[in-house]
Each structure stands twice: as C-alpha cells, then as structure tokens.
Write a protein that binds this ligand. Structure first.
Ligand SMILES: C[S@@+](CC[C@H](N)C(=O)[O-])C[C@H]1O[C@@H](n2cnc3c(N)ncnc32)[C@H](O)[C@@H]1O
Length: 467
C-alpha cells in the first residue's frame, strides 16, 4: 500500500524543520521564566538540560501535602463520548447549569442516544431505552423536561450551585460556558475557527462538520490537534496586526511576505516547548496487533491522520500559515498529546449531591430520598461519571517520571475546573527535581518498564536500579 503524500511536506520542508526544531536551552529558560512569573507559580524552576531533557525543579522547600502547582492548560478538550454525561464550560471545564439540568440532560441524551445506537424507531423507544437496557428505572419524559427547563427543584440542590450556562457567541450548539469571559477567551484563542454556528470564522462550515464527524467516529484527539492549529493561526494573526498596524496595506503585505514566517514561529512558540514525536512513530502497538504487522499498523495510523488533516485543511486553511497544514506538523502535534498523556478530569457535583443526601440525618434523608431516589435509579451506576478529556499543561508536561515520585497529580475537594493540580507526596527541599509517575507505580518492575516503553524510555530511577 502506497503512503499518502502531503505536498505541503515537501514544499515547506525548511519551515517545517524550523517549527519542529527543539528550542535552545536559552529559549526554554526564558519562556518558562516568563510563564512562571506571569502565572505566579512561585517556587518552581524549569531547567532546560537535565539528565532526561528539560525538567521541573523546586525553588522552594515544599512540605508533604503542599500544593506545588495549579497548571492552566494550553489546550484541552472533553472526550466526545463524555459530552452526554457532563455539561461543562468549554474553556475552563467546570460544571455549569444546575444539578437538575445535569441530571435531566444526561437522562434525555441517554434515551436519545440509545434509540439511535440500537436502531429502534421512535415507536418502540420505550422497550429499548437505555434505562431498561442497563437495569435503570426510566422516568417519564415530562419529568425529564421539567428538570431541564428549571421548573422542577430537587431537595437540597441549592447546596451545589453551578454557574449559569452562557451560549457560544458564534451560535453553535456545541460549546457552552460558565461566564462571558470564558466564552470570549475561548472564542479569541480557539473556537472562532472551529465553531459551526452562523458567526463562525471558518472558511467552510460544511468541511468543518465533516472534520468533526470524522474525529468523533475515529479519534477525538484530532479535535485537540485542530485546536492547536487554530490557536497558532489566531496568535499569528494577532501578532501580524500588532506588528504592521500602522503601515499602508501594500507595505504591510510586502513586509508580511518577508517577515511572515518569523511571526508564525513566534505564534507557535508555546507549542514548540512541548516534547514531541510523530504520532505514528510513537503510538504504542495495541496488544491485538502482531509485531510482524507493526509497519502496516503505523502506516494505517499515518493514513488516518492524513484523512483528518485533509478535512481540516478544507475547513480552516490559511495560506500564510500553510506549513501548519503539513502532515509532519499534524503528526507531531498529535504525538505531543500521546507522549504527554495528560488527562483532564473534573469530579461531578451530581455525585457530590447524591452523597450529600445519603449523609443527611435519618429523618431528613428519608424525606429527601422520596424525591431523589427515582433520579438516582434512572441514572444507575453512571450517576458519578466525571468530566473526562485530554489536555496539554505547559508545566506539568515538563515533569519527568520516577517510580518513586515526590509529587503527584491530585484533584482536591476545591479543585473544580480543568487545571492540573500537583501535590507534594513528601518534603521536597529547594534544589530537588520534582517528579511524578506516568504510570501506576505500584505495579511490578517488568510491567512498569513495559508501560514506560510507550513513552520511549526505560526507567533507571533508584527503585528500578535496585529491583
Ligand atoms: C512529558 S515529557 C517530560 C519532559 C521532557 N524531559 C522534555 O525534555 O520535554 C516525557 C519525556 O521525557 C523523557 N523522560 C521523562 N522521565 C524520564 C525518565 N525517568 N527517564 C528517561 N527519560 C525520561 C522521555 O523522553 C519522555 O518521553
């Protein structure tokens, strides 16, 4: 089978190499110093040239249990399959609406989804509804509607207030927010080129819908890659306006031809800092693929990325940013997510709500449960599903692995949005490297090493060396 050819790869090979070149130690230091100062991540330092490339060091004495870092993501997305379960802000990923809306919407979408999945027509929807299939007790449609439209109030739900839902400024029905400021930040940074509403700035909404459908059917990592490309194009356009705003149109166009690429490099800088390899080279071989079929498997992954890229190109092509639409860049962006493997997790207030009811004093609990139990029965085991997705966190992704880590990613009770939270597992003196475990460190030696192979290294931490 011949490999798909992307003409941009050969046409812009020099620019692509420049974009993929690892930043110099000086650039790394400068970028992270600025980021740490801007976000006030006190007590941390990124060293560009450690034993395992760059890493994060303590610049402060941390005690066990201390919060080391709350890292704001550069880009992130909720898994498409999780969108049925949780309505969250598309920018900061906190839950929005109300407990009633979260429950009503989930029950409504479950009913709708399963009738499509099982190819049941509207007439026999009740017989094959999700509730009956999964041992759940279905609720009448009217009850679900009253939860969603706010006319029904569940006992004690006021103890779990959520921000009101703000719609997408472009008018799509995909993105919702917790505030106008999140809506604007998402629009300006990513969403205006990815919105499928009337106000979208995408050059071809039909192609965009095609791209999204392909991602939903194959791998939603493509949505994240599209966000990175959109982010870079929008940064490029802003830099261009700032640089050339006082010039006549013709002069600006001439200068842009000459200086456009340095601006693209500058726009790409936050992404350039992430550790990357091509997706089809670094993706772990699935267990059901024989090693003699490895080459074909990797070729299939490359072809899948190519199909996705072709659709994306139709939807948001920008001549001045053409190297971004090369397969080489697309593959490296996806590989960056693969290698940094950072989960986006936000726990559900619906779970907290039912736990709260369960913990009420007996008489109050009995009273509340008269109303709440039918909803819990209708949700079944899915009542506690949290918001799940993938994100790229600039600082957490600089942290190296150890099987005896001194820190870990851990969401505390108060951490209710998509930021990554890193907590000290033991005292970390100033000058020590901060390490996390990329895998379950309780696994035996051989299993740990096998899992770490997916990240492209064998661990030689003191524990591994001893074992
Ligand atoms: C998330 S990045 C960590 C930052 C990375 N050191 C850098 O320079 O950008 C993960 C990559 O760092 C390297 N790495 C992390 N921990 C390591 C370790 N304990 N031993 C060897 N390499 C490690 C591997 O190349 C891995 O794929």
């Amino acid at each position: 089978m011949a490999a798909s050819v992307c003409p941009i790869d050969s046409q812009f090979s020099d620019q692509i190499s420049a974009l993929l070149k690892s930043p110099s130690p000086h650039q790394v230091q400068e970028y992270f110093q600025e980021l740490i100062a801007k976000r006030q991540y006190n007590g941390l330092r990124v060293k560009p040239e450690g034993e395992h490339g760059k890493g994060v060091w303590a610049d402060f004495d941390f005690k066990e249990g201390d919060l080391i870092l709350k890292d704001q993501m550069l880009v992130g997305a909720q898994h498409s399959s999780n969108k049925i379960d949780c309505l969250v802000c598309s920018f900061c990923f906190q839950f929005i609406g109300s407990i009633e809306l979260q429950i009503g919407r989930k029950l409504y979408l479950q009913e709708l989804g399963i009738s499509v999945d099982n190819e049941c027509g509207p007439s026999n929807r009740t017989e094959c509804s999700s509730a009956s299939l999964n041992n759940r007790s279905p609720l009448p449609q009217d009850t679900i509607k009253s939860l969603m439209n706010g006319s029904m109030h569940l006992p004690c739900s006021e103890k779990f207030p959520l921000p009101s839902v703000v719609s997408c400024p472009g008018g799509c029905k995909e993105a919702y927010y917790c505030s106008e400021s999140c809506a604007k930040a998402d629009w300006d940074s990513f969403h205006c080129l990815l919105c499928t509403g009337k106000g979208s700035k995408s050059s071809n909404i039909e192609a965009l819908l095609n791209f999204i459908q392909h991602a939903n059917e194959t791998n939603d990592i493509f949505i994240l890659a599209a966000k990175v490309i959109s982010f870079t194009i929008l940064r490029y356009r802003n830099l261009k306006v700032a640089r050339f705003e006082n010039l006549e149109k013709q002069d600006a166009a001439n200068l842009c031809t000459k200086y456009g690429f340095p601006l693209l490099l500058e726009a790409w800088k936050p992404v350039s800092m992430g550790y990357k390899r091509r997706w089809w080279d670094c993706i772990a071989l699935p267990e059901d693929v024989d090693s003699c079929d490895e080459a074909e498997f990797r070729m299939q992954i490359r072809d899948l990325a190519f199909t996705s890229l072709e659709r994306l190109k139709e939807a948001m092509y920008d001549k001045e940013c053409e190297p971004l639409f090369s397969l080489e860049i697309y593959g490296h962006i996806i590989g960056m997510f693969e290698l940094n493997n950072l989960d986006l997790v936000v726990s559900s207030p619906v779970e907290d709500y039912f736990l709260y009811i369960d913990d009420l004093p007996l008489s109050e609990k009995k009273e509340a449960e008269k109303f709440s139990t039918p909803f819990l029965d209708a949700l079944g085991n899915d009542y506690s599903i949290c918001c799940q997705g993938t994100a790229f966190f600039p600082l957490q992704s600089c942290m190296n692995h150890s099987c005896i880590p001194n820190a870990k990613a851990f969401k505390r009770e108060e951490d209710r949005d998509g930021q990554a939270t890193i907590i000290a597992l033991k005292p970390i003196p100033k000058g020590e490297e901060i390490t996390i475990s990329y895998i379950d460190e309780d696994l035996p030696y051989e299993e740990r090493q096998a899992l770490l192979e997916d990240y492209g290294f064998r661990c030689k931490c003191p524990r591994c060396s001893e074992e």
